[in-house]
Design a protein. Sequence first.
Length: 467
Amino acid sequence: MPGGGKAPTIALRGSLRLRLLLGTLFWIVASVMVAGWALGGLFRQHVALQFHAELNTHLDQLAAHLAVDAGGRASLTAAQSDPRFSKPYSGIYWQIDRVDPAPGALGLLRSRSLWDDVLRLPADTPRDGEIHQHRVTGPGQAMLGAVERVVMLDEVPEQPGRTFRLIVAAEERQMVEPVERFNGMLWLALGLLGGGLALVAVIQVLIALAPLRRLHAALAAVRGGGAHRLEGRFPAEVQPLIEDFNSVLAQNAEVVERARTQAGNLAHALKTPLSVIANAARGKPGELAVLVGAQVEVARKQIDYHLSRSRAAAAVRVPGARTPVAPVLDGLARVMRRIHAERNLDLVVHRASMSAVFRGEEQDLQEMLGNLLDNACKWAARRVEVSLALDGGELCFCLDDDGGGIAVAERERVLNRGERADERGVPGTGLGLSIVDDLARLYGGRVELTDSPLGGLRVRLLLPAAA
């Protein structure tokens, strides 16, 4: 699969926990392997030295007990101390050969453990007292480790120069089996040690990264509107980051508050002259006065639209804002009942899920719901229903009316700024739905228009919910 090797690299770079664990586990495995190899080698060397030292000891005993009588016959003055030499094919053997020109057969003297076999070593002649080591095949085709030395006995003056080759051999399994048993126990112990170290490393990484998990929870609380700053005690290495982040949050909140104040001042500064112009035009007859009054109203709506949008854009960038939904809906319902009292509308607010909290500013929620409720009341015949549901991390407001509705082909158009579904009958500038749609998108939400069960239009407003 093309690019398939990139996923592990991305995962490794993206996870501090994974990098720490993999790095620690790599060095644990490497250390255990090196320690096992080194300790196994040292023990193997120790056993080999001990094996050959034992053979040399038996060789010294053999040389000490070797004697030649007056007839030139070699014999041992005492039996070897190790009883295994007396047991046939016990795995340890000795042999004495005559190597001088005098006639003599291979295996002149040999241990009972050899039974009817003889030891055959390479044809080399060590100097007197020198010890040679060999690996040869012994009884039963077993591999033997052997040592040999040449000794010269001059006990008979008239027959000087009697030279003998002394050989002691033992099966190498006596050296291999202890090494194998030790290696088995060694790797078992090292495996348990490595597993314990790996477990400790995992626990250490989890404990070391616990402050980061608490930091993530604190950030989620700020993002979800549960807190306005990061709270809690953190390690000294993380605390400066927390303080800097809280400082940034405070600065952002100050900037937003300053922007909101300036927006309010601008609105007041513009609306006052507009009110003067509207009042002046209202007292004058003629088409000019009507035109001026209509345009003043359009200007007011445009000012409200852009100020609301700029205020919301600034507020969205400040985490920690949260607004309970129930008080806002109840207050708007009371206002709409008073405004549209002459129409005798049945405005119903369903109380389910009213404990939900909006992740945003209260003024923006009032702006969106107020526009939607006002439009529903304007176009309804007798009844308006408002309901709220929680869908995952979203608030889903449904506003239904029993009016004439909007054709499917016209629904996307009416969300554009200044567009209206009907240019007659109901006053307005066509900015209400556009304001709601823009504000909802700033918060990551959306507005959907569908058919209502009451026969008119259903407006679904989806907004982020606070934790």
